[in-house]
Ligand binder design. Structure first.
Ligand code: LLP
Length: 420
């Protein structure tokens, strides 16, 4: 972790967090470039036993251009899911050939944009999408490189809201229909169908479901080859989980790399990976200040200036983020930590033993670099929190605080403006 106590004060790399609070205010997301590079290198090293591969960062986890630029420099491509992400990836310096366009409901406008940009691969979710893409690319005299996303129907043993390969999931084509759908799509003139893709869920810490899914992909590769299809690429998606609390270790990424190398031996394909969380989760914290400590039953409430609009994960997935005092404390207490939003769901921790916090103290929500700022909203007309980039001893505010009315300017219907 690059967020460490030094002389009794929590630092991001070489910068004390109180300094950042002074300059950027709170709440604020703080990222450590050192940690980002370390996590990226850890993932790459774990995949070293796999001979032929491409790693595309799932930018939905954190689309900040500084994150993308750093990862582009390390050889990462990007997994995108919208026209907005396409623009962001290209602007940050990710090469178009290194982009894979995933997503359940791409519009024809987005498909056309991606074709014109020359993205490396389209992951198709259904037959109709393939027909539309084929027509668009034929009209341009092109053949779109594509993979068919299949649903391997494997329970990822993670939170229901981030499981994507159950029998009733909306993603991909059911395993049982994959060969017939693949055959139809392979016959389309505007598609260069190269293989299959899958992604079974997120925050997966148990390798068993991932292994089962890889095996299913292997069966399908054989079945498709028997039908005469040339399979050159298989996209194994993302999903590796990280440790959000000491007693829940994250996925063993080294074992994951070895498992994939072993299971895919002899497939003779290029493998694609789409990690999001693993790369960025540990590289960010949400810095917050205690507004009030309010007596409460059965525990006192610590009311902080960050809220569910800044970090939605606890409200949406009952997710756990460690809460640490920025100034080292030897004392702890049991408290319920909440934000200012007018919903009981705006609760970060209920009855948790944490460092003893007092009014005006700074604290952080740890491991908030993935799906933190990316999912923020302006609910309750709250501003979007600034983001701060730290690299060694330097830091910079890399996105300013944005007021809600700037994020989304709203106006009255013209007839309400008419006077008299
Ligand atoms: N590929 C596809 C097709 C995906 O849908 C996702 C994530 C990824 C890759 C990256 O998965 P990762 O490696 O980050 O697990 N907001 C939720 C997570 C939603 C994940 C959505 N898809 C959360 O905060 O836990």
């Amino acid at each position: 972790m690059s967020f460490k106590m030094r002389d009794g004060v929590l630092h991001a790399d070489g910068v004390p967090l109180p300094k950042i609070a002074e300059v950027a205010g709170t709440p604020a997301y703080v990222y450590s470039a050192t940690q980002l590079r370390a996590s990226a290198a850890q993932f790459q090293a774990a995949l070293a036993p796999i001979p032929c591969k491409q790693i595309m960062f799932a930018m939905k986890a954190n689309p900040h251009p500084a994150v993308l630029r750093t990862l582009a420099g390390l050889g990462f491509g990007a997994d995108i899911v919208s026209g907005g992400e396409l623009k962001g990836a290209l602007a940050a310096g990710i090469a178009a050939e290194g982009i894979v366009f995933s997503g359940v409901g791409k519009t024809s406008v987005e498909l056309a944009m991606a074709l014109d940009a020359g993205v490396g691969r389209f992951n198709l979710e259904l037959e109709r999408e393939g027909e539309v893409l084929s027509a668009l690319s034929s009209a341009r005299g092109m053949r779109a490189p594509a993979l068919l996303r299949i649903n391997p129907m494997v329970d990822a043993h993670t939170h229901a809201k981030i499981s994507t390969a159950l029998t009733d999931s909306k993603f991909g084509v059911p395993f049982t229909e994959a060969v017939s759908t693949y055959g139809k799509l392979a016959a389309l003139p505007g598609l260069d169908l190269q293989g299959i893709a899958m992604h079974i869920g997120s925050q997966i810490t148990d390798l068993a479901p991932l292994t089962a899914a890889v095996r299913r992909a292997g069966q399908l590769v054989s079945a498709l080859r028997k039908e005469g299809h040339a399979i050159t690429h298989v996209d194994l998606g993302g999903g590796l989980g990280v440790s959000y609390r000491e007693e829940d270790p994250g996925a063993d990424v080294v074992a994951y790399g070895l498992m994939v190398a072993r299971e895919t031996q002899g497939w003779d394909v290029s493998l694609l990976f789409e990690p999001g969380r693993f790369i960025v989760a540990n590289a960010g914290v949400l810095l917050t200040r205690v507004l009030w400590v309010k007596p409460g039953q059965p525990h006192p409430f610590v009311i902080v200036d960050a809220a569910m609009n800044d970090l939605m994960r606890p409200a949406l997935y009952d997710a756990w983020h460690e809460i640490l005092a920025v100034r080292e404390s030897s004392d702890s207490f049991i408290a319920t930590v909440v934000g200012p939003i007018c919903e009981s769901g705006d609760t970060f921790a209920r009855g948790r033993s944490i460092d003893r916090l007092q009014e005006a103290d700074l604290a952080v929500f740890a491991n908030a670099g993935a799906y933190g700022a990316a999912m923020a909203s302006t609910y309750n007309a709250r501003a979007l929190a600034p983001e701060v980039w730290v690299d060694g001893d330097r830091f910079d505010i890399v996105s300013p605080l944005v007021e809600a009315d700037v994020v989304r300017p709203q106006r009255l219907p013209h007839w309400m403006l008419e006077v008299g």
